[in-house]
Design a protein around this ligand. Structure first.
Ligand SMILES: [Zn+2]
Length: 241
């Protein structure tokens, strides 16, 4: 049976994984970055098949795993890893992974949930995300240190209230989660806020990135990120502040 995940080498330190057989709506990008003293994994996919065996760790280095927000397609395999960081705002929900926070129930009746069965007899209706209590909670301004590179935590609400992103200010690498990406942005979930999303987009207009790796869609440079952000601001001009 072929792997449930596909993986793409981005550069000598970065690999992108995704789940090609899940519905495109919940097919997220997972980012594995190798650092000097620790490695970083940004988001963990749906948790339909185990992710941990797919992530190569070297020399006993710790793997720091960060969830950018608590939606199903980003936290499904979080419980498989011992070091688990995520937004402090939704920390209580990581202890239960209740459907109201993850929207796992949306997947139960999603037409074409998977294009290939992950296991004999598997049913989307049985899909459940195991609890994954955070071992570190993250707030705006916190730092994630890999030894040779540091990522600053940015709180960028809108898509969800708890959305965070990681920014390496020295190198300009930006892991954006669902705060911004180069595909259809989702701002109409029950816990989305267009007003907050506009504030986030205004902030992103000035963020000096070299490359952005989003939760969905292809990676983007600073010019493309400004285009996406200003496009969103134009489209939602009529939103009352
Ligand atoms: Zn999301």
């Amino acid at each position: 049976m072929p792997s449930w995940f596909s993986s793409t080498v981005v550069d000598d330190k970065t690999t992108m994984l995704t789940e090609p057989f899940v519905h495109s709506f919940v097919r997220a990008n997972l980012w594995h970055l190798r650092g000097r003293d620790a490695d970083l994994l940004v988001d963990t996919g749906m948790g339909i098949r185990p992710l941990a065996p797919e992530i190569e760790t070297r020399d006993g280095k710790p793997l720091l795993v960060v969830a950018t927000h608590i939606h199903l397609d980003h936290v499904g395999s979080l419980h498989e890893f011992p070091w688990r960081a995520g937004p402090s705002m939704s920390a209580a929900h990581f202890e239960t992974m209740d459907d109201a926070a993850t929207y796992a129930n949306m997947f139960h009746h999603l037409e074409g949930a998977v294009s290939r069965l992950p296991a004999p007899g598997w049913k989307a209706a049985d899909y459940k995300i195991p609890p994954a209590p955070l071992t570190r909670t993250l707030n705006e301004g916190d730092m994630i240190d890999l030894g040779d590179r540091q990522f600053r935590v940015l709180h960028l609400p809108g898509h969800s209230p708890d959305s965070i992103a990681l920014f390496d200010e020295a190198d300009g690498v930006f892991f954006a989660g669902d705060a911004i990406y180069d595909a259809m942005l989702i701002d109409d979930l029950p816990d989305s806020s267009r007003v907050d999303y506009r504030t986030t987009m205004r902030r992103l207009l000035d963020l000096p990135i070299r490359i952005g790796h989003g939760g969905h869609g292809p990676s983007f440079d600073a010019r493309r990120m400004r285009e996406i952000a200003s496009g969103y601001l134009q489209k939602t001009e009529d939103i009352q502040l």
